[in-house]
Design a protein around this ligand. Structure first.
Ligand code: HEM
Length: 182
């Protein structure tokens, strides 16, 4: 995702993808039995999306949104809403397997790439980058925490959602021939 802040610097784009991969690896390491089932179901993107202003006063669900108001959409909360999700805080990949939760912007319970005119311009690239990177990491290495360490999955709030604690993981090669890593 690309976000321009008020100083017109680029502060997004690679962060969303790298954070997604980092979180996915951390979740998978924390629950090794799901390793076999890994799929693209992670998207810790911007928790409040990027604020936008309506160009006209409008009405949504009975609320008046004045022209020029700064509108934040709290997808962090929507994606954890207990009225939408069973055990929302549980890392449970199977909930996505029935194909009900597509993220093309048509479902207002699950839209990590936003919806409408300002939807992420590179969803297909993000999908490919994520799938390829995570698949390469888990295919090529076994991942373990340093001895005595516990996985800390707590979040740091920001423009994009980040892990509060850095992910420190020890890779052990899995491929039979070292030349395959070249
Ligand atoms: C997991 C990875 C990603 C996530 C979760 C994500 C999420 C998002 C979201 C939520 C927005 C809408 C921002 C708003 O509220 O206005 C957005 C916009 C955008 N994203 Fe992504 N994104 C990801 C990866 C990427 C990548 C890899 C690229 C390009 C290489 C990209 C390019 C863009 C662009 C250009 C926009 C602006 C679209 C516009 O305003 O017209 N994104 N992204």
């Amino acid at each position: 995702m690309i976000i321009l802040d008020t100083r017109h610097t680029v502060v997004g784009k690679t962060d969303t993808s790298s954070n997604t991969i980092k979180y996915a690896l951390a979740e998978v390491m924390n629950k090794p039995e799901v390793l076999r089932k890994v799929s693209a179901t992670f998207a810790p993107g911007p928790p409040l999306l990027v604020p936008h202003c309506p160009s006209n006063t409008s009405n949504a669900a009975g609320y008046t949104i004045p022209k020029g108001a700064l509108v934040f959409v709290n997808i962090w909360a929507i994606h954890r809403g207990p009225s939408i999700w069973d055990n929302p805080l549980e890392f449970y990949l199977e909930r996505f397997l029935d194909g009900k939760w597509d993220y093309s912007g048509n479902n207002f319970c699950y839209f990590p790439f936003r919806s409408g005119q300002r939807i992420c311009a590179r969803i297909s690239m993000a999908e490919r980058m994520f799938m390829y990177s995570l698949a390469s990491l888990v295919h090529s290495f076994e991942w373990n925490l340093p001895a005595g360490e516990r996985m800390d999955l707590s979040e740091k709030f920001g423009i994009v959602l980040e892990k509060k604690m850095p992910l420190i993981a020890i890779p052990t090669p899995r491929l039979s021939n070292p030349s395959l890593y070249e």
